[in-house]
Design a protein. Sequence first.
Length: 379
Amino acid sequence: MKRVVAILSMLSVVAACSTQESTKPGYVNAEMSIVAHKVKKLIPYVFSPEEFKKPENDDLIKSHLRELDRFSHTLPEDKLEALLGKDPIIHHVVQNIQRDTQGAIQSFKYKNYKYARASIKNVVFQCFQCHTRTGQGVKYDHWDLDIGQLKIPATEKAELFIATRQFDEANKALERVMVKAPETYNQQPFEKEEAIKKMMIAYIRVQNDPKTALNRLEYFSDLKTTPKYILSSMSHWKKSLKKWLVEDAAKNQSGIDQQMATAKKLANDSGYDAAFVEYLRISSRLHGDISRSKNAEERAEKYFKLGQVYEVLKDAGFWDVPLVYYEACIKEKQKSAIAKKCFKEVEQEITLGFTGSAGTFIPAAEKNHLNRLRAMAGY
Ligand code: HEC
């Protein structure tokens, strides 16, 4: 504890660690705070295209990028697994943080500023992705960088707030997007759709608070500023949340398979978007369940289900996540029925990914990868 406090105060980051928090076996806040501190140094530049390319900032940005690169390798995957369970998303996001930081360093060197900035924003999205798996973990509401003052879109602000675990601030920023009158007709609806989906992610998965989620949806449904085209999805989300509240009150949560069947039916009947809330709820439950899985078979089953769930949630930014779970499923329980099922999904995802108007062309490296997975699955 003393050592942790020393490190943190050295960096002038005030940590939200209680003694109880720091003695848990998977305590990761010291490493998290350092990486967060490195990201923070970059934020004022990354979110300002002018500052980012000013020659006088060149050396400083390069050194901040190098520091982030160095400390991104200290993110302790083993401790994170001890804390969060054997969830393959941990390795995936940590790897992405390292890859994107490397990418930013290279692009910055060749003055490809746009790409370098996008890479660091992607790092922030990885933080968002892990912090919104479930409600597990501490709240952190005292970062000494005033995100609210940054001149950036509110949805990007919210992502930064969530990346630093400031969920209440994130929701406030997102709410401001929703009540804002349209400025440019073409652009606005999509920003609002993104805002409301991010808000649902925070309320449902992190705060586990269907009541407030429902309350906000009801409020937004009545606003003139809410784009008409999301109203019908929102009415399905409200129904899902009401059902959830009834189940909670009766202490009668349906089994995960039943929940999956309900969600699938809703997606088939009314479209993926209608089932967004339903799938968010399931994803949070499955992420939480992983830490309680007793054996490889059980985990492989859960990975398969998470693959299915993320196929629906994909366009909230989780594009590559279904493959992460299907591949993990094959590796977890090799040469088994569930591995075969997961392989079929991998094959389909990859084939679709390489199919265009001119047909399907799968690169050789990808074909080899598929063949390895096929053998592992037991075909
Ligand atoms: C693989 C999952 C994962 C990733 C990736 C991740 N975090 Fe975390 N982070 C956590 C968990 C879990 C906690 C809370 C630990 C606990 O329960 O105390 C945490 C805590 C934090 C805290 C609070 C620390 C404290 O001292 O209280 C901050 C700040 C933070 N993370 C920032 C970041 C930033 C910035 C990034 C991206 C560069 C990031 N995290 C990436 C899982 C992750």
